[in-house]
Design a protein around this ligand. Structure first.
Ligand SMILES: *Cc1c(COP(=O)(O)O)cnc(C)c1O
Length: 385
């Protein structure tokens, strides 16, 4: 920002960081620099921009805004969450060892086991078992640790501070996929993580109209390496998509507050419902890590996982009866979505693994939107019969 306004809160930064009024016309909103190249006055003489795969002013504005929200020195925007993950995996040497959470996003699991398995060796473990963790570091000698907290779809938490201490002791890079909480509710870099990634497709953009990813970090050497890889491989985001995310971010604070408020009330409603076997939501006292959730997150988010009483047929009946909650993959948009992980988002995980994790046929995942709470409750009431 042009004027130094001191340390500002997130709701303010989401609107103002990177959003300086445009210099030529004073336009309050950063323009979409929909251009592939930039004219140079003499060879090599330019204003910091040469070619949009490398840099683009609209993307720079978004990167500045994101860095401020995650308390990061550096931020890089990519074409998707998966390409952000891919770039990090490319920083590793051949035969590197990765220790990864055992119920990470299905696409991350697929990338590690079907693409990067040619180069690296990944071991999947349950990070909530601290005792196993010390042992896992000794046995596996990882170069990189990859976690999601809360996990998807079981919403298990990992103590980021504790894990980051263990990683530092062993000189291991810690990556946290922070998609589920967004930068508004959780800031892993502040807790000692080395790199944070997001699928911006979800909460950061929040309007289900963009696919994008980002990386945030404080280490210049790793940032330079990531930027080199992005420029060499090519998964940069288009200026228009960056602009849409910049626009979406302006309402991040009020969206996240409303997501969490609706989700908390829906989780309590489901917990009391006779047709529901069990509810998992970090904001519920019944969540085994509710205390950790309160200490490392600034809110409990908009994702709820629950088990209907019954089998696959019962799940199908419930999903069919819903009207407002739309059956779709993805999450984090203003509209409420419902997902059947065993058949949809987590189908790429082998059945045996899924069963071991507890992703059963009666497990339902809700991405609670920001609609009127009563309408959402009525929709669930009507479907849970
Ligand atoms: C969606 C998602 C991704 C992948 O992001 P895309 O934008 O779909 O490529 C990675 N991690 C998590 C937790 C996600 O939910």
């Amino acid at each position: 920002m042009s004027k130094n306004l001191g340390k500002l809160h997130k709701a303010t930064n989401a609107i103002h960081a990177g959003n300086e009024p445009e210099k030529v016309t004073g336009a309050i909103i950063p323009p979409i620099f929909q251009t592939s190249t930039f004219v140079q006055t003499s060879p090599g003489k330019h204003q910091g921009y040469e070619y949009t795969r490398s840099h683009n002013p609209t993307r720079t504005a978004l990167e500045e805004c994101l860095a401020s929200l995650e308390n990061a020195k550096y931020s890089m925007v990519t074409s998707s969450g998966m390409s952000a993950i891919m770039l990090i995996l490319h920083t590793l040497k051949k035969d590197a060892k990765i220790l990864c959470g055992d119920d990470v996003y299905g696409g991350t699991y697929r990338l590690l086991t079907k693409v990067f398995n040619k180069y690296h060796q990944t071991t999947f473990i349950d990070f909530t078992q601290t005792k196993d963790l010390e042992k896992a570091f000794k046995v596996n000698k990882p170069d990189l640790v990859w976690i999601e907290t809360p996990t998807n779809p079981l919403l298990k938490l990992t103590d980021i501070k504790k894990l980051s201490k263990l990683c530092k002791k062993n000189k291991v890079i810690l990556v946290v996929d922070n998609t589920f909480m967004s930068s508004f509710f959780q800031n892993p870099l502040d807790l000692g993580a080395d790199i944070v990634i997001h699928s911006m497709t979800k909460y950061l953009n929040g309007h289900s109209d963009v696919v994008g990813g980002c990386l945030m970090l404080n280490d210049k050497k790793i940032y330079d390496q990531l930027w080199f890889l992005q420029n060499s491989i090519g998964p940069s985001q288009s200026p228009f998509d960056s602009w849409l995310v910049l626009r979406g971010l302006k309402t991040l604070a009020i969206r996240m507050e409303r997501h969490a408020e609706n989700a908390s009330k829906i989780a309590k409603f489901l917990e009391k419902h006779p047709q529901v076997e069990k509810v998992i939501y970090p904001g519920l006292k019944s969540h085994p890590q509710h205390k950790l959730a309160k200490s490392q997150m600034h809110g409990f988010g908009g994702m709820i996982t629950f088990f209907v009483k019954g089998d696959l047929a019962k799940s199908r009946k419930f999903l069919k009866k819903l009207k407002l909650f739309k059956l779709a993959e993805s999450l984090g948009g203003v509209e409420s979505l419902v997902d059947h992980p065993a058949i949809m988002t987590h189908a790429s995980i082998p059945v045996k693994e899924r069963e071991k994790l507890g992703i059963t046929n009666n497990l339902i995942r809700l991405s609670v939107g920001i609609e009127d709470l009563d309408d959402l409750l009525n929709d669930l009431k009507n479907a849970l019969v």
